[in-house]
Design a protein around this ligand. Structure first.
Ligand SMILES: [Zn+2]
Length: 158
């Protein structure tokens, strides 16, 4: 039995989210974050990553990124919360969503999207309503998640 099911989200009112189908212990692998492995060059050259909406691009290593914006990547439905109960963990060229605390059956599974904090942060308001919510989706510690738009902004500022 899968540890998650897809349901209309409480956080993203227009979208869906993943919900725990049973109690999940901390440190459990919940779902793999899958997608197409592309080279940094492909990321740079692709217009797909130039838009301003949140994108599903992960930095795997010096050479490769993972483009999770594919219909078969169920993990892309996981919403951001400032009190996330799961996190992205990269091992080699794989990314797993692991619980970082106990998740109760029926709870929405959430991650920290880890967007960079800069002048663009206001384009991603957060609606998680958790006690920790700062109002926007910005990173606490997930430095390895990248957003090309933010990278570009940084480059221009230098
Ligand atoms: Zn929030």
């Amino acid at each position: 039995m899968k540890l998650y099911k897809i349901k209309k989200s409480n956080i993203d009112r227009n979208g869906r989210g993943l919900y725990a189908t049973k109690n999940i212990k901390a440190g459990t692998k919940i779902i793999e974050y899958v997608g197409n492995i592309i080279t940094k060059k492909q990321t740079e050259d692709s217009e797909k990553f130039d838009n301003s909406k949140p994108i599903y691009l992960f930095n795997l290593n010096k050479r490769y990124d993972l483009d999770g914006d594919v219909s078969w990547n169920t993990a892309r439905l996981i919403n951001h919360s400032c009190s996330n109960n799961a996190e992205y963990e990269g091992t080699g060229l794989k990314i797993w969503i692991n619980s970082n605390k106990e998740i109760k059956k029926g709870e929405e599974i959430t991650c920290d999207y880890g967007f960079g904090y800069d002048s663009d942060y206001k384009q991603f308001p957060c609606a998680c309503k958790s006690i920790n919510c700062c109002g926007y989706i910005v990173r606490t510690e997930s430095r390895w998640r990248i957003n090309k738009k933010f990278k570009k902004t940084l480059r221009i500022n230098r």
